[in-house]
Ligand binder design. Structure first.
Ligand code: SAH
Length: 408
């Protein structure tokens, strides 16, 4: 449901002859675009000529200050604040589970309020995962763009989960708001002093990667608008050079992403031949390697300082030979590229194993000697199952177990 539809439903509910809206019936403005905030003010009867100014005020409170209540927004008159609070809320998604790894990685399972887009009306809302990975020079938040995923990449656990829907722009941005709040990134909030976060003068969340659940380019409009909200200098202020959208290769949308949002691009490559990539990333049958790499070459703004990241998951005996490393180098010739080797993260029932460490090193050496920095992504948060799709499924397993116990 679009913001406008939701607004229409809420306004219809809000009839003066009826009792005031319950908190849960109000629309949360957290994660809204400027256009959505403008529509919200218009719906309250704010005159057209004031919309831009009011939107700018609310924007600052939402995204710069991280306000959790309309009461603190003192530059918005008391009357208008009151009307805002009657129809709208600043409710964040609920944190269902939080895990902190030994290495500082944090993983949250977030639950959104139910919307009509959910398959189980009356049940609880959609749940997604969000992972925070602190490093010495940055803090990266990995966000989800969909609940579940329609791609069926054979090594990825998310593809085995049934429920699928797109997240709205608000639901995507809300993941960053929750993380910033939890990590003390908004003014006035003190970060937890566990020594695992970057210094207080730095923001904990400096980088965003769309590498959680879902295929971002199958949810194009919401992802594009979320990049707009995140990178807005008057609010969250995360530079587009620090926002990376990762795709399995939805070729026609790559040019659009470049034209309409221009974040950094990552490609889940994983294989250097079409026959193998067809099996690992079935989307390859629709958009084969040649088309994918052509789209990469045309991505706007590429330079040595602005490279495409190619992700390559290391699968034992499947895609990890020296010949494949050399072919990878050949394929990427002429594209400003970074190569990210990812040790396969096993999950119960997976048909693959992670390559042996010597293989990964040998592969990495070939890539490195060809002139690419080829960091092997260190497995992070192993102790909290921070790999794709795993927190959610663990939580579901625990719930199923609890049900079984309850039912005897
Ligand atoms: N759909 C998008 C983004 C989500 S996946 C995409 O395909 O890029 C983020 C990255 O994690 C992708 O490179 C994906 O291939 C990789 N990945 C998925 N499952 C994995 C696993 N079990 N081990 C290691 N990497 C995995």
């Amino acid at each position: 449901m679009t913001f406008q539809d939701e607004l229409a439903v809420t306004l219809a509910l809000e009839d003066n002859s009826l009792p005031a809206l319950a908190e849960a019936e109000k629309i949360s403005l957290v994660g809204s675009t400027r256009a959505e905030l403008g529509a919200a003010f218009l719906s309250l009867g704010v005159p057209e000529r004031e919309i831009k100014m009011r939107t700018a005020q609310l924007w600052h409170w939402l995204y710069f200050q991280g306000a959790t209540s309309f009461d603190v927004m003192l530059n918005i008159g008391k009357g208008l604040r009151g009307r805002l609070a009657e129809t709208f809320s600043l409710t964040r998604p609920e944190v269902i589970a939080e895990q902190v790894s030994q290495d500082g990685t944090r993983k949250w399972l977030l639950r959104f309020p139910p919307t009509s887009a959910d398959a189980n009306p009356g049940g609880h809302g959609a749940e997604v995962e969000c992972v925070y990975i602190p490093e010495s020079d940055r803090g990266t938040l990995c966000v989800s763009s969909q609940v579940g995923c329609t791609l069926t990449c054979s090594f990825c656990h998310t593809g085995t989960q049934k429920l699928v829907r797109n997240l709205s722009t608000r639901e995507i941005v809300a993941q960053i708001i929750v993380a910033r709040e939890r990590l003390g990134d908004f003014p006035g909030l003190t970060p937890p002093t566990d020594g695992l976060l970057p210094g207080a003068e730095n923001r904990a969340v400096s980088n965003i990667v769309f590498m959680g659940m879902g295929e971002p380019l199958y949810n194009f409009d919401a992802v594009r608008d979320a990049v707009g909200v995140l990178s807005d200098g008057d609010g969250l202020g995360i530079s587009k050079r620090r926002i990376t959208v990762s795709t399995a290769g939805v070729v026609p949308q790559i040019a659009r992403l470049g034209a309409e949002a221009s974040p950094m691009l990552a490609i889940s490559l994983h294989a250097v031949r079409d026959d193998l990539r067809d099996k690992l990333v079935p989307l390859n049958k629709k958009y084969p390697l040649k088309d994918l790499l052509d789209a990469c070459r045309d991505y706007p703004g590429l330079s040595n300082a602005r490279r495409i990241t190619f992700e390559y998951v290391m699968l034992k005996g499947v895609n990890d030979s020296a010949a494949e490393a050399r072919e990878l180098v050949r394929l990427l010739k002429g594209i400003p590229a970074k190569i990210n080797l990812i040790p396969f993260n096993p999950w119960p029932g997976a048909a693959y194993e992670c390559s042996d460490w010597e293989r990964i090193e040998a592969f990495s050496d070939i890539v490195f000697n060809a002139g690419y920095a080829s960091p092997v992504r260190t497995p992070r948060g192993r102790d909290i199952l921070a790999a794709c799709g795993q927190l959610k499924s663990e939580t579901e397993k625990l719930r199923a177990r609890a049900r079984m116990v309850a039912e005897g």
